[in-house]
Unconditional design. Structure first.
Length: 568
């Protein structure tokens, strides 16, 4: 007799049934993998695009439906690794997910993890020997991990592996738990030492429903040491806050740093540089001076701020735009010293500003983050052109993700959201004829001033940006909705298809802004795009069907030759 489903099991399956048809995924099982990864990884504050890029499920996946790597809480891709400098201390985290729309946890999943780990995480094993057994994107990921681990040999590194097994089960058999313990012991054997942590987490139907119902609260209370100074008609505030109360403000119920409230702070945490060492010395040393005498404090932007009951500020939509280094040092110093935190009597200076508009907000971010040397590329989103693009897109039903996850948190669908990186990849593919560069450097694409100026500054036609993004999204829907390709192949050919379908229509391998602007985008029917997909894939396959092909120059040269021959 079949066991009756619990309420949570029924509700989750009904949610999947309702949401899958409007997604871009080729099958329901892949959508389930995306959905569960979105829920489980909420604390990492990833965009839908970043989550989808980590999906590798299918044949030869080694039991990994999704896999992600974080270096000091920053999502790592291949093009970022070469730019990473070696700090004195760091954290490298590997997150692996297996998602099953089933009613039980199986030993087979853990056994697959054990086999894959034994094969790929032992550095003495040559990855080339596993070609064919494991898909290329998994082997590429492991190679990046190996390269980064070797690069960090001189670093005092905390290494963490997190395995999430998600199913709609309601109980866990002891044999499955025993397999998980064996997996943990195996990984510890590969990376011995007290700085290696291995977590295997079983996410059942009840826990998955808890993830689904957890939403980031946008209303925060900050306890003050004394009455704040209120400035201006918009009620900006300057106040002293006890360090222990500020610590509680920046951590969640699990004691983890609330990464999303630091999103606007474009300067990454710099680890143990001289400035941060001074902050830590101030926190730990025997000093008579109050902390705020020796530190510049923290600046918080908000959509609203008001005095609540007693000496408290109610802050809505807080964004810490200056003070990331100070905040991280406070967090890192006190997270394992609860007694010292409670005994702490010093204060930190807090400024809470309610900007008049987005332009004012961006100016504040730019000013507060120009106080130290940072790469220019990280400030791109504050350029006026991106505010203009956001406004233009929004009036036409697309949402430009200038502020990461802003529209995702408002409940907008992934197929309606355009990231800065995606638009940049589309522009690079069309107007610079470099889909290979767009594929190879998704995270660092905008670092080049030359390319950035060509794409966003010299070309400032908002309608061109909109038509480019719309066509890119349409092609993405058709490419990713195909059941004929693996996720890796879809990522490899996407921007080539965009280039080829426009070049074929224009009968020219050189696509200019002026020529593209004159096109009526409605002429690009699903049939025309499908034909372009077929052509691009045929050439891609003939060259070897690998990411090396997609990131190299041979495929774009082949397509340009094909366009020249077809359009003579």
């Amino acid at each position: 007799m079949a066991k009756n489903l619990t309420n949570n099991q029924l509700l989750i399956r009904e949610y999947i049934k309702q949401e899958y048809p409007s997604s871009t995924f080729a099958d329901e099982s892949t959508f389930f993998e995306f959905f569960t990864a979105t829920q489980v990884l909420k604390e990492y504050d990833l965009s839908d695009e970043e989550i989808e890029n980590g999906l590798i499920g299918g044949g030869n996946d080694g039991g990994y439906d999704a896999i992600y790597m974080f270096f000091n809480d920053t999502l790592i891709s291949e093009d970022i690794v070469e730019n990473i400098s070696t700090p004195k201390e760091a954290k490298l985290e590997i997150v692996i997910l297996q998602s099953k729309n089933e009613l039980s946890f199986s030993e087979d999943t853990i056994m697959k993890w054990k086999t894959t780990s034994d094969n790929l995480l032992q550095f003495g094993n040559q990855l080339n020997s596993f070609i064919g057994r494991y898909k290329i994107e998994l082997l590429d990921f492991i190679q990046v991990f190996r390269d980064l681990r070797i690069k960090l040999l001189k670093c005092r590194l905390k290494l963490e592996f997190k395995y999430f097994y998600v199913s709609l089960a309601t109980e866990l058999h002891s044999n499955v738990q025993a397999q998980a313990t064996e997996l943990q012991n195996m990984i510890h054997g590969f990376f011995p030492g007290s700085f290696t942590n291995v977590i295997v987490k079983f996410v059942d139907a009840n826990m998955l429903m808890t993830y689904m119902n957890s939403h980031a609260d946008n209303r925060y209370s900050l306890a003050l040491s004394d009455n704040p100074i209120s400035i201006g008609s918009r009620k900006d505030y300057v106040a002293l806050v006890a360090i222990r109360n500020y610590y509680r403000f920046i951590v969640d119920e699990n004691g983890e740093l609330k990464k999303h409230i630091f999103e606007a702070n474009v300067r990454d945490y710099q680890g143990h540089n001289s400035v941060n060492n001074d902050i830590r010395d101030t926190l730990s040393g025997e000093v008579k001076e109050d902390f705020w005498w020796l530190n510049n404090g923290v600046t918080i932007l908000a959509s609203e701020a008001s005095i609540a009951v007693g000496k408290e500020l109610l802050i809505i939509d807080p964004e810490i735009v200056n003070g990331l280094q100070t905040s991280n040092e406070i967090y890192n110093y006190y997270k394992n010293l609860p007694i010292a935190l409670e005994a702490e009597t010093r204060n930190i200076l807090i400024r809470v500003i309610v900007p008049e508009d987005d332009s004012s907000r961006d100016k504040i971010i730019l000013a507060t983050n120009n106080q130290t040397s940072i790469p220019p590329a990280v400030l791109r989103s504050t350029d006026p052109i991106h505010r203009q693009i956001e406004m233009y897109f929004k009036s036409r039903g697309l949402y430009y993700d200038r502020r990461k996850n802003y529209y995702k948190n408002q409940g907008k669908k992934p197929n309606e959201i355009i990231s800065i990186a995606f638009l940049g990849q589309c522009l690079m593919s069309l107007f610079l004829q470099k889909p290979n560069y767009a594929r190879a450097r998704p995270s660092t694409l905008l670092n080049s001033d030359e390319y950035y100026n060509l794409m966003f500054i010299k070309n400032s036609d908002l309608d061109v940006f909109y038509k480019t993004a719309s066509l890119g999204k349409k092609i993405e829907r058709l490419v990713k909705g195909s059941s004929d390709f693996t996720p890796a192949v879809k990522s490899d050919i996407l921007f080539y298809v965009l280039y080829f379908v426009v070049g074929d229509y224009l009968k020219n391998h050189i696509i200019t802004v002026d020529s593209f602007k004159k096109i009526d985008s409605s002429i690009f029917s699903d049939m025309i795009i499908d034909n372009a997909i077929e052509t691009v894939y045929k050439e891609y396959k003939s060259l070897g069907e690998t990411s090396v092909v997609a990131k190299g120059s041979d495929l774009i040269q082949r397509l340009q030759e094909l366009l020249a021959n077809r359009n003579e």
